[in-house]
Design a protein around this ligand. Sequence first.
Ligand code: NCD
Length: 360
Amino acid sequence: MISAYPHLIDLNDYPVTWWNGLLRQAEDIIKNPALYADSCKGKIMGTLFYEPSTRTQMSFQTAMLRLGGTIIGFDNPQTSSVAKGENLKDTTKIISGYSDVLVIRHPTVGAAKAAALTAECPVINAGDGGHLHPTQTLTDLLTLKAEKKTLSGLTIGVCGDLLNGRTVHSLCKAMSCYENNHFIMISTKELKMPSYIKDTIRAHGGTFEETHSLEEALPKLDVLYMTRIQRERFASPEEYEAQKDTYILTTQKMKLAKSDMIVLHPLPRVDEIEIAVDDDPRALYFKQARYGMYVRMSLILTMLQSPAKTQLLYGSTHKGVCCQNPKCITNQEYYLPKSFTGTGTTLTCEYCDERLLLEH
Ligand code: NCD
């Protein structure tokens, strides 16, 4: 299925040269903000936030305002017609018809792709459940480029909720496209990185190892990317309680790290980084959030200027076959065309990337 608009659902839908161009433009915006102050004059950005957000939502909003554009949208679907039972398709179709670009965050995996199928303007994925978060990754890439001066040859530790953390999924997929990056995945066995992300890293030629010990990994790292245990993605409060507080970065542990290691975190922090670590010059998470605003300015401009059409679905439907992932959008919005890549017994859902387990 080909859409008439450019969309950003997954960064890996675009070539690395496109990401690099976007980062260069963000750097130019940082240097010359006045040059861009009117670049989106007369344009409207719609923001549909079906899930809580501070940084992503407000950095998108300030980005559009700093480009001279205006904004509409909701940050609580319960104050919109969603509360009356309106489906994703109808809400998206209407608001995209009012807007020049649409930013959507949703608790369900694959929701941004589903929204893009019928949208009447470009759609940007601002996080779809525990799946992907491409604009956080653009933020992370800009931070790494500015602060480490390179996107290659880095040993990157990702720590915490690697199962449900969409930021680390998108980050690992993207960073494995640059040369010689090595990932150390630090998590409990229950919250390990999903296999579809590990497959993508391997396919890009990236390397990784898995450990449960933050202390053992720390001395090897150029970058430590901490994440919050995603309470809202757990099936029960007991399962969350069993995982929380496993990894806490303290000033004591920071002594194990290299003098030029940097600490990133998409935020919000709960208690996985002790507040005292904020005073360590290697703690860059607040600076990282500011880079997010500039990179989103660059992204909005790019989406509004691009004439590109986007292929959203490549695969096909298979009679009687549905995605087995209960968190997939196709299991909530039943009208969506099911679409799978692969053949025979190895089908992959194009909305959530999960492999189906089919019997012969
Ligand atoms: C993250 C998210 O929403 O995935 N936050 C963000 O966008 N900066 C991380 C999180 O919620 O833990």
